[in-house]
Design a binder for this molecule. Structure first.
Ligand SMILES: [Fe+2]
Length: 309
């Protein structure tokens, strides 16, 4: 498919309760590369195989959670068009000047009905080295330190009005519905998985009464063996593991859910199928929701629907 418009998830800004603890987790346990710190005290990270300057930003705060989740778009014309389209749809947008987030161009921010702040931007400094672009090795030393995911891959957000959220993402931003879970009535969606690419999801939502909540940000690994290695590293570092290693029925990814020291859930996963916008969405029924979320246990754990940050 043509890759135009919204390209991919770009960055997530996450609140942590203790900055030093957060830095240790994201750098030494998760194995992201620290790329900068700014005057506000925020710390910036990228995964070893990402080229742009940052994908995860953490800041210290009194409560954990996510400040915003951003998508990179293909160019300035697209950014301006999507800003206009969002306003015409009825959403209020604001422009955040270039440089407010280090090495990142102007951002368009808007709140979606689930209570989350979503951003679009098109410029972020490419910090790939000469080795990235000429005769590159398949991996570097940084690919061995900590869990070392390839990239920030997607997030799962909890909030109300997810049908309105789906309308915005599909009608304005060009996403398509890949999978969904329906509630007991057989009609109302409990959860939706949306893609702007050929990934099974770039963002997902679960219906939840409280707005603006984070279920998890997710990081991609190359293999099931790396998922197992991630679980080893989590245990070596006394990371609180929610579930896994296991497999999702939905998207087919192999996965671990765990918590950062502040209680923000994160996922390290591998796999999942590739899909296309012309594919009909896959439906999971209420009776099989446990199988959809955790394919082997065939049941949700209590935490899946209740523990968010
Ligand atoms: Fe996920």
């Amino acid at each position: 498919m043509a890759m135009t418009g919204v390209l991919r998830p770009g960055h997530a800004q996450i609140r942590v309760l203790d900055l030093e603890e957060g830095i240790n987790h994201y750098k030494n346990v998760l194995g992201l590369i620290e790329t900068a710190r700014d005057k506000q005290g925020r710390v910036y990270f990228k995964a070893w195989d990402e080229r742009d300057h940052n994908s995860v930003i953490i800041r210290e705060a009194d409560s954990a959670g996510i400040d915003f989740f951003a998508f990179k778009v293909s160019d300035k014309a697209t950014l301006d068009k999507l800003d206009r389209d969002l306003q015409e749809y009825g959403l209020k947008t604001s422009r955040i000047p270039a440089g407010e987030l280090l090495e990142t161009g102007e951002r368009v921010r808007f709140e979606i009905p689930s209570g989350h702040q979503i951003e679009l931007y098109w410029e972020k400094t490419d910090i790939g080295t000469p080795e990235t672009y000429t005769n590159p090795p398949p991996w570097t030393d940084a690919a061995e330190r900590g869990i070392a995911p390839i990239r920030l891959d997607h997030c799962l957000l909890y909030g109300p009005d997810i049908e309105k959220v789906q309308d915005i993402f599909t009608k304005v931003l060009g996403f398509y519905l890949v999978e969904h879970v329906v509630m007991e009535d057989g009609k109302t969606d409990l959860a939706i998985w949306l893609s702007c690419s050929i990934k099974a999801h770039d963002i997902a939502f679960v219906r939840h009464p409280e707005p603006g909540k984070l279920h998890h940000v997710s990081f991609l690994l190359e293999s099931w063996e790396k998922v197992l290695r991630a679980a080893d590293i989590m245990s070596m570092n006394k990371v609180s593991i929610d579930i896994g290693p296991t497999r999702h029925g939905i998207t087919r990814g192999t996965t671990i859910y765990a918590f950062d020291p502040s209680g923000n859930r994160f996922e390290t996963f591998c796999g999942g199928y590739q899909c296309y916008p012309d594919w009909k969405p896959i439906k999971w029924t209420w009776e099989e929701v446990g199988t959809g979320i955790f394919y082997h246990d065939r049941a949700l754990n209590e935490r899946f629907l209740t523990v968010v940050s």
